[in-house]
Design a protein. Structure first.
Length: 385
């Protein structure tokens, strides 16, 4: 392990996931506070996530062609753009929908950045992604309850301030990261953007199951505030739940290098689905905040595990010249899940109830778990049929 690159990369992850905690974790809290309904929140966040999902493969292809050193330009540029929107929101009083659009663009940008951040780890030899990603979750765990308390006792502008700080730290430390550039490579015959899916059919089947797992995660995460309110909690309780979830992820992230010595990454991706399902089932079938807190512990072998395992799995399954594109497929699945989950969650809550929305999340996780488990036999099989 290269300690210097791992340290810098860990700091980048910490700032990035702190910004993610603000923009994605407290999206409902902020947008409801400016006067938007749950349905409008869902539509807005869904549209921004859709834009992110469409842009990720295009930008990833450009980065693959330009070389990984271009990541040191792309990530800061996107960060400073979001900082500008955030400052505008703080400085000027705007209409609810205008505030929502600016917030949504920032949320879309941070999702767009995710695959490029993951790809940076492989651009510097010896960088331990598991440890760095664990530090990212630690940052998430630290800021989440703090943001919740500030929102409850002061103002939801705390969400914007936290996002600005997250983007700023990500941009600055990315500039110091010693990424080694890969030489410019042309896409191989049959490996162009349009044929990626055809060249990796089993990978795409697995990805369809992962998409359903992510939809469940988005429903329970983006509308977690409404879930907590339905169980008698408030912003502070919501923040505490997010902190418990982030802390639960830490052991598997820090120790994932040891898990890889036992089984390949594809094995660990395969077992994550059942934790997604159990988390949703516990939230669905129980009442009270204590049970909600207990359900967050399934993050250990669910969201936490798939966050690190998927990065290594893509590196195992996808050829190096398509590495960034492969990473972008997983994060595009999350972006698409955010689109579907945002639209569906807002509509389900406004039309039916929070309980119905949780039931749909549980069903999506159950089906997704089965697809991932059955489709993933080995990383080689999944990547090259």
């Amino acid at each position: 392990m290269n300690r210097r690159t791992t340290l810098i990369y860990s700091i980048i992850q910490m700032f990035f996931w702190s910004g993610w905690a603000a923009l994605l974790g407290f999206s409902s809290t902020f947008l409801l506070s400016v006067g938007l309904s749950s349905l409008k929140v869902g539509i807005l966040m869904g549209c921004c996530s859709l834009a992110s999902a469409l842009l990720q493969p295009l930008l990833a292809g450009a980065v693959d062609r330009a070389g990984t050193a271009s990541l040191k330009r792309v990530i800061p540029a996107l960060s400073f753009l979001s900082i500008g929107f955030g400052i505008f929101l703080l400085r000027f009083s705007v209409k609810p929908m205008t505030a929502g659009i600016l917030f949504g663009v920032c949320a879309g940008i941070i999702q767009l950045m995710s695959p490029f951040l993951n790809a940076m780890a492989s651009s510097a030899e010896g960088t331990d992604f598991g440890i760095a990603r664990g530090i990212g979750s630690a940052g998430y765990a630290l800021v989440f309850p703090f943001i919740g308390q500030l929102c409850e006792k002061w103002s939801t502008n705390a969400v914007i301030i936290a996002a600005i700080l997250g983007f700023a730290g990500t941009a600055v430390f990315t500039l110091f990261f010693p990424a080694a550039d890969r030489p410019h490579t042309e896409a191989r015959a049959g490996q162009e953007d349009g044929s990626f899916a055809a060249q990796h059919p089993a990978f795409m089947v697995t990805l369809s199951g992962v998409l359903l797992l992510y939809i469940s995660h988005v429903l329970l995460g983006n509308y977690g505030y409404q879930i907590v309110l339905s169980k008698g909690g408030n912003s502070i309780a919501f923040g505490n739940g997010g902190s418990i979830a982030a802390c639960a992820e830490l052991p598997v992230m820090f120790l994932f290098a040891l898990l890889l010595k036992k089984k390949p990454a594809s094995f660990w991706v395969r077992i994550t689905g059942f934790s997604f399902f159990l988390k949703a089932a516990v939230i669905l079938l129980t009442k009270g905040i204590s049970a909600y807190y207990a359900a967050m512990l399934f993050q250990l072998t669910g969201w936490g595990l798939i966050q690190v395992a998927s990065v290594y799995y893509v590196n195992e399954a996808i050829e190096p010249e398509n590495a960034v594109k492969g990473q972008s497929m997983f994060t595009s699945a999350l972006a698409m899940a955010t689109v579907i989950g945002s639209f569906a969650g807002g509509w389900l809550i406004d039309t039916f109830s929070v309980h119905t929305m949780i039931a749909v999340a549980a069903a999506a996780a159950g089906i997704g778990a089965c697809i991932v488990f059955l489709s993933l036999k080995s990383s080689k099989e999944a990547g090259h049929e």
